[in-house]
Design a protein around this ligand. Structure first.
Ligand SMILES: [Zn+2]
Length: 242
């Protein structure tokens, strides 16, 4: 298998992957996005809420705030020694205490563990008017995107690598020789294809992959965890078959 990374930013990774079939590519996509644990707020205890939003709506909004995740320090509640009752190894506590007039942001959440905090400080939660108050304790746990989308790691899309097979602009498109040229080549293919100036065919077993994370974990951690999770599952199938 050959992998060529042609774009790498803080939260975006783009690469070409060769010698992989559709089913394995899709397994990798699914496991990387919904099978690697991330932290998200799961329980909220409101002690005061005189804002215009119901407790349930605020709790839902809190759940969707991406939190930086430490996979070495925490366990999934189902795999924890406390058997999911809740302890320092499977839970992180947050508090918030705000008085209006102000807009309450994700950055106002106070975490008991400095390693686990909102990825972005500027996500609005609710607007408080003069005299309105919001006070709660919240609990974040590790979870999987297959249970709830708030635990997804990001969005991964892929499509077959295009092979130019004809059209009046075909001669302008040369097969890229290195990683630097791939991005430009793919942009031109898209543009010329939309204008009906070239014809392409999908290359089987070769894909362009774009992976954007929500920031809880970096690309490397997500992909390494996805691969080890996938091979664990395949070993279990192998064992069962034997
Ligand atoms: Zn526990």
């Amino acid at each position: 298998m050959k992998i060529t990374v042609f774009e790498k930013k803080d939260k975006m990774l783009k690469f070409v992957i060769e010698d992989i079939d559709n089913s394995l590519m899709n397994s990798l996509r699914r496991i990387a996005t919904v099978g690697v644990p991330t932290m998200a707020i799961e329980y909220v205890d409101f002690t005061k809420n005189s804002s215009v939003l119901y407790d349930e709506i605020i709790a839902h909004r809190l759940g969707l705030i991406p939190l930086t995740t430490d996979l070495k320090g925490y366990k999934l509640p189902s795999e924890c020694k406390c058997k999911g009752k809740g302890c320092a190894v499977c839970q992180v506590k947050f508090t918030l205490n705000a008085k209006g007039p102000k807009i309450v942001y994700s950055g106002d959440l106070k975490s008991k563990d400095p390693k686990i905090k909102p990825v972005y400080d500027n996500i609005p939660i609710v607007k408080l008017l003069e005299g309105q108050e919001l006070k709660f304790n919240a609990t974040a746990v590790l979870g999987l995107g297959k249970e709830h989308s708030k635990w997804t790691t990001g969005l991964m899309i892929y499509y077959n690598y295009p092979k130019v097979v004809g059209g009046k602009k075909a001669s302008e498109l040369k097969e890229p020789k290195n990683a630097k040229e791939i991005g430009e080549f793919l942009n031109k293919v898209k543009k010329f294809e939309n204008l009906d100036e070239i014809k392409t065919e999908p290359v089987m077993n070769k894909f362009v992959v774009e992976f954007e994370t929500w920031g809880q974990l970096d690309h490397k951690t997500i992909l390494l965890n996805a691969i080890s999770s996938l091979s664990k599952r395949l070993k279990a199938v192998d064992k069962a078959l034997k």
